[in-house]
Design a protein around this ligand. Sequence first.
Ligand SMILES: NC(=O)c1ccc[n+]([C@@H]2O[C@H](COP(=O)([O-])OP(=O)(O)OC[C@H]3O[C@@H](n4cnc5c(N)ncnc54)[C@H](OP(=O)(O)O)[C@@H]3O)[C@@H](O)[C@H]2O)c1
Length: 242
Amino acid sequence: MSDADRTALVTGAGRGLGLAFATELLARGYRVLAAARKPEGSEGLAALGAAHGERLVPLALDVGDPRSVAAGAAAAGEHTNALHLLVNNAGINSRSVPEGQGNVRLGSLEPEGFLAMMRVNALGPALVTQALLPLLAAGGGRVVNISSWLGSIAGKTAGGNYGYAASKAALNMVGRAMAFDLAEQGVVSVQINPGWVQTDMGGQRAKLTPEESVKGILDVAERLTPDDAGHFLQWDGTPHEW
Ligand SMILES: NC(=O)c1ccc[n+]([C@@H]2O[C@H](COP(=O)([O-])OP(=O)(O)OC[C@H]3O[C@@H](n4cnc5c(N)ncnc54)[C@H](OP(=O)(O)O)[C@@H]3O)[C@@H](O)[C@H]2O)c1
């Protein structure tokens, strides 16, 4: 397969790690379907479109809305008949939910913030992957679910942050289950912790630039084999504790 034949879809591609994935994938020769809630509002995607023309395809896709997922997947099918890589990157943390419903201790837990993070971070990747299954199967694709060290049960050594931590732990289980179903279609799927990265979510004190993290993750994605299916990995490909 030549580089020009490879097509990738990235969710949450308008900013942060998602925009860095789109940028690096274009540099690696992929055609990129850049899915975002409001792609037209992203200055980063506009700049990529100006530089790369039709190799960058903006798509409207809200991973928390099943109708938007279906419409986004249908739009993806109008632009390609095979996907070689899906990056389930879109995610929210406690700062994206109403004040006082995010990183709280027991005693202050409210359902809505918790459920919002479960919906976007755990259910969203399952619905997106399901909707894109025919395209992924046609491409013998790879699926990378962007998890977090905060989703590691073994690594949880303090209270609080219920919604985000549980949603990423749930994503790890969703990814593990999907890996078996996807293997039957010739698709390899893994969960990857991107590390602490300088984005709106990670903040500027974070250790990694988005470029460092996505280059590591894409190097891992490009050398995945069926033996890796379902694994939880660090951004550099080393194993992550569950
Ligand atoms: N940065 C870190 O240190 C770090 C560490 C561990 C894990 N992660 C994970 O890495 C991924 C990317 O995070 P980031 O650091 O780039 O965060 P970010 O800067 O806050 O960006 C989040 C991205 O997700 C998108 N998004 C949120 N809700 C969405 C929805 N319902 N549908 C579609 N897109 C949605 C946002 O789009 P809008 O512009 O529309 O809001 C944005 O593009 C997330 O899954 C996050 O949990 C990040």
